[in-house]
Structures are given as C-alpha cells and as structure tokens.
Ligand binder design. Structure first.
Ligand code: 5AD
Ligand code: SF4
Length: 442
C-alpha cells in the first residue's frame, strides 16, 4: 500500500477496562481493513470515541472532545468521526448526540462492535450520520483479531453484561444481561497468550463471580480459575467481584492456585445497611465484613481494594460515618471513590432525597483523606518484606529506575538493568509512599 492511500485510525477510550478491551477488538478489525494506528488526532482519517456512561463527568469529557474534533473535521472533511460505547448505547443519549453533533458520521452501541466495518462502509457512502444501536445483546465474540497494547499483560473478557441492577448503575441497561463465554475458548485464548510471551492475564467481567451461571454445563468461576492456572501464564488477575457472589469454592481456588494473584477488588459501595439496601446490593455490612475475614483467613497477605460511592440519595452524616468506619475496619490497600452521579433511567435518579453536591464533595474529601492514611500505613507494613515483581519497564517519572507490580498489584520502583523488563524478579521493599513503594533487587 502506498503512502497516499494509507489510512490511519485513532481510538480514544473513556471508562473501564471493558471499554479498553473493546477498543482492542475494534483496533483488530480496523487493522484487517489495513488501517494503521496513529497518535495524533489531526493526522487520523478515522477517530473513534469509546464512551463511558457510568458518571456524568465522563460524559462531559466526551462532549468536550467531540467539540474539539469538529474543528479537525472542518479542516479535513474526509475525517470520519465515530462515537460508540455505553453513552451511545442509550437511545435518548444517542439521539441527543445526533442532534447536537450532526456532523458525526457513525453512532454505534456496545453490542455493535463486530459490525463496525459495515458501519464504516455505510458512512463513507452516505452524507448522513449512520446510527446503529442494537438492543438485542451482542453475540458472544469469539476468534476476533485483537490489537493488544502491550506484550506483557493482556485482558480477556470472560463474560458480558450484568444482572444486578444496583439502583445507581447504568451498566445493566447498556451492557445487557450476563452472557458467559465458553470455558474452552477462554482457556485456549490464555494458552495462546502465554505461548506468545504474555506474563499476565486479567479476566474481565462486570461480575466475574457469576461466571458460568448461564452455561449449559455445571461450571463456575472457581473452575475457570483452576483451569486458567494450568495454562502456563504466570499471573492471573480478575475483576470485578460482587460480594454477594463470592463462594467458599472461589476463596479456596484463589488460595490454592499459585498463578492467581493475592489481590481482590471487592466493591463495597457503602458502609450503612440502609444505603446498601437502597442501592440493591443484596448484602449487609456484617456479611461483607465476615467475607473479608474469611478471605483474609484463607489468604493472609491478600491486597484488598474497593469502590465506594458517597452522597447516594438519602445518605445522612450517620450513614456516611458507617462508610468511614467500614473503611477503617477493613483497611483497604486502595479505594476508588466516587461522588454519586444521577444516571437517567436508573431508580436512584428518581429518589427524592438527592444529596447536595457540596455535601458529597466534602464527604468524598474526608473519605479520600482516610484512605490515603490507611494506604500509607498498609504500604509501610511491607517495608523489609520480599516481593515478586513483574517488571514493566523504566519508570515514567524517573527513567533511571524500573517499575514493576507486586502480586498484590502495588507499584514498586527500583534500580536495575533494563533487560529485566518483562521478567519476574524478587525485590526487598525499602521505602513506602501512599501510592507506591521503593525496593532493591535481591
Ligand atoms: N455514580 C457514582 N458512581 C457510580 N458507580 C457506578 N455508577 C455510579 C453512579 N451513578 C461506581 C461504582 C462502581 C464503579 C465502577 O463506578 O462504585 O463500582
Ligand atoms: Fe453496576 Fe451493580 Fe452491575 Fe456493578 S454489579 S455493573 S455496580 S449494576
């Protein structure tokens, strides 16, 4: 292909790892159409935004970016602009996008990923926006080419969708019901990754603990972990786990599979039973704390991380104090904290007692301060310990050092030869900061 006809694409992704992985699948399809990736938006022939609808802030960023891309489109009318992902999967938002930005060439939902080449052809043949949102759930994607960003760590989606309908969350509406991939094809994919030199796989799903419930055979997430443990891959991670679906079988599989990392992301969302119930989380604070005890008994050095929402409708100062005290009790290694953001179509958005933004912000700040103190203490406890690191390469902030991650997913900076990149090495932790550690090679 000569330089004049070579086409370039740029994919910009917002939100979670599911979206990042969707972007890899999309990139795989574009490269089959002979498109090449390019960093600079201005040099691309096709720019695709993969959007997130979980909080309003993410949506605002997308609107801002579309406005910015319009200027490029004015300079280069052949530029194709496409918006996909969770925002455009919602019909009202898709219509709004079409009205507000009539120059968009393609608007597509989360279930249309495999159709993208057809949508692109249709857009190139038409002056109008091509809008396709399938409300049927996407077929399970198998054997699709994927462009993985890194030769070391890979994501594999093991299931799509979510059945939980937490009252604040838009995901079940945009990603549809739970559909599990066949275990054989997941296992084959991980074996293939291992044979191509990948060291780590992250098994992805909105709620990986309900993996298998929709399969014909009797096969659950614990079975899958045990099977993936035998594929030859060095490190296995997974996310996200819903506390109501963690089984003793799973804890046992985590404790006994040597390639499954000692890290669990276990979103609690709130510490007050009243709020947990209003969120439709289907566990109590007591049950959650009991689960944490069971997990720590089986895997004493596990890293625990969580997601927490503050300012859910009706949250009083007392409810919030319950969240703070739960955080103190569990002593998470890290927490992703969010101010509640009302999402159209979800039950919580219609609840009457919405909490004022200033109150949520102030609570968020107190929560973050508490977690920063705990994260620092948890990291200090690791000083002097020996840790296995997967070396990722030179540190972004200080290229004279290398960075790697512990089995518990903590970032460690250390001095060593660059050839160690991609390898597993032992280090001793020498120094702790709130969000990372320093160590030395042993
Ligand atoms: N407002 C704020 N945070 C939310 N999350 C999901 N929906 C909302 C919302 N409407 C958070 C939850 C979830 C994480 C991915 O995003 O904590 O676990
Ligand atoms: Fe959303 Fe709840 Fe499903 Fe997680 S489990 S994706 S928070 S509905």
């Amino acid at each position: 292909m000569n330089a004049q006809t070579q086409k370039y694409y740029k994919i910009i992704t917002y939100g979670c790892q599911m979206n990042e992985h969707d972007a890899e699948v999309l990139a795989g399809q574009l490269e089959q159409l002979d498109y090449l990736p390019i960093d600079n938006d201005a040099e691309a022939d096709l720019v695709i935004l993969i959007t997130c609808a979980v909080r309003e802030h993410a949506e605002q960023r997308v609107y801002g970016k579309i406005g910015e891309l319009y200027r490029l489109k004015q300079e280069n009318p052949n530029l194709v602009l496409a918006v996909g992902g969770c925002m455009s999967q919602q019909e009202d938002v898709a219509k709004k996008l079409k009205q507000r930005f009539p120059y968009l060439d393609i608007i597509f939902g989360t279930h249309n990923l495999t159709h993208f080449p057809e949508l692109l052809r249709a857009a190139q043949a038409s002056q109008e926006t091509v809008l396709e949102i399938l409300d049927r759930e996407g077929e399970i994607r198998e054997h699709l080419p994927q462009v993985r960003q890194d030769g070391l760590k890979a994501w594999t989606t093991i299931m799509y969708g979510c059945n939980n309908f937490c009252t604040y969350c838009v995901v079940p509406y945009v990603r549809g019901r739970e559909r599990s991939r066949q275990p054989e094809s997941i296992i084959a994919e991980v074996k293939d990754l291992a044979s191509r030199g990948y060291q780590e796989v992250s098994l992805l799903g909105q709620n990986v603990n309900s993996y298998g419930k929709d399969l014909a055979q009797d096969y659950d997430f614990a079975d899958l972990l045990r099977a993936v443990n035998e594929t030859g891959i060095s490190r296995i991670r997974f996310m996200t786990s819903h506390p109501k679906d963690i089984s003793p079988r799973l804890i046992e599989a985590m404790a006994t599979c040597e390639h499954v990392m000692e890290h669990l992301h276990l979103p609690v969302q709130a510490g007050s039973n009243r709020i947990l119930q209003a969120m439709n989380r289907r566990y109590t604070r007591e049950r959650y704390l009991q689960l944490v005890d069971e997990i720590r008994t089986a895997i004493p050095d596990i890293s625990l991380t969580t997601d927490i929402i503050v300012g859910f409708p009706g949250e009083t100062e007392e409810d919030f104090a319950d969240t703070l005290s739960l955080m103190e009790t569990v002593r998470y290694d890290a927490a992703f904290t969010f101010a509640y953001s009302p999402r159209g179509g979800t039950p919580a958005a219609k609840m009457l007692e919405q909490v004022e933004e200033a109150v949520s912000k102030e609570r968020l700040q107190r929560l973050n301060e508490l977690q920063a103190r705990i994260s620092m203490e948890r990291n200090q406890e690791l000083i002097g310990s020996q840790q296995e690191l997967l070396v990722e390469g030179p540190s972004k902030n200080d290229p004279s050092r290398l960075t790697g991650r512990t089995r518990g997913n903590k970032l460690v900076h250390f001095i060593g030869p660059e050839e160690l990149s991609g390898q597993l090495v032992p280090v001793r932790i020498t120094q702790a900061q709130t969000w990372n550690l320093f160590g030395e090679l042993i």
